[in-house]
Design a binder for this molecule. Structure first.
Ligand code: SAH
Length: 257
């Protein structure tokens, strides 16, 4: 495949990728992130915030090349909404706290992401400059990645976007044949609804108290997210939850077909 053809194929796959910036404080960082995302073939930028960051600061740093990303910037009120239709969500974090699960380095993260790219919407999620992504936001992620640093783990937001997007772009441009494409997976919205059903079922049988639900959701979301469930696997788990609830309510369970 020639370089031109390769670039076209990379752009096609990158069309399924969005960069999501959660509550960014500075318009300059949004502009800088837009620019480098565009450099790496990504054309979709979503900001999770109540209102758009300052336009002037964003466009100044985006330069005219990445202006389209700023013009077409999508605003979402929550991260859950920003990634609702995504089947693979990658969170980025500077910190390596004990509650952060399955931390990967950028190369490993890309290795797991690549096969999903062809048939799924994928999100690369970045946190606010001051505090990073919350634990609840990390629970929406299928993988969590940290960029190794020599000292002082925290990078500038736009630079972190650059490193992650470059890693993905580089892997897509590599001469070797990519991994076989994975099938379409269940979207974040569908999986979140499955977690709601699991919570209800666990409470219904008295296994988990309402007050402890946060702890349980944290654990099972990390377990299921890592796998990347298909739609019919989600239906299977939802069916189990339904049966558990029926039984807990003293109703006869559904007859097996
Ligand atoms: N003080 C914050 C740092 C936020 S920096 C904290 O402790 O989490 C803003 C964002 O840039 C982070 O939320 C993350 O998305 C990204 N980022 C910064 N440094 C990073 C690193 N070393 N690895 C991965 N992402 C990083």
């Amino acid at each position: 495949m020639g370089v031109h053809q390769k670039l076209e194929s990379v752009k096609e796959q990158m069309a399924n990728v969005r960069v999501v910036l959660v509550r960014p404080k500075y318009g300059e960082n949004v502009g800088g992130a837009a620019r480098v995302a565009y450099n790496m073939g990504i054309s979709r930028l979503v900001v999770v915030a109540a209102e758009l960051p300052e336009q002037g600061a964003m466009t100044k740093m985006a330069t005219h090349h990445a202006r389209d990303l700023i013009t077409n910037l999508q605003l979402a009120p929550t991260l859950a909404q920003a990634v609702a239709d995504c089947a693979w969500v990658v969170g980025t974090t500077a910190r390596q706290g004990k509650h952060r699960f399955f931390l990967e380095n950028p190369a490993k993260m890309v290795e797991h992401l690549l096969p999903k790219l062809r048939h799924n919407q994928v999100a690369l999620v970045f946190g606010p400059e001051d505090c990073g992504l919350s634990n609840a936001e990390l629970e929406l992620c299928n993988a969590t990645v940290t960029i190794p640093t020599a000292d002082f783990s925290s990078l500038n937001l736009a630079q972190a976007v650059g490193v992650i997007c470059y890693e993905l772009f580089g892997a897509l441009m590599a001469p070797k044949a990519g991994p076989a494409a994975a099938p379409a997976l269940a979207s974040s919205r569908v999986v979140a609804a499955m977690y709601d059903d699991l919570e209800k079922a666990l409470v219904a049988i008295g296994y988990v108290r309402e007050a402890d639900l946060g702890y349980w959701r944290h654990n099972f979301s990390h377990f299921f997210n890592r796998i990347g469930l298909r739609s019919r696997e989600v239906r299977f788990v939802k069916g189990l939850c339904q049966q558990i609830q029926w039984l807990a309510q003293g109703r006869p369970t559904r007859k097996r077909e």
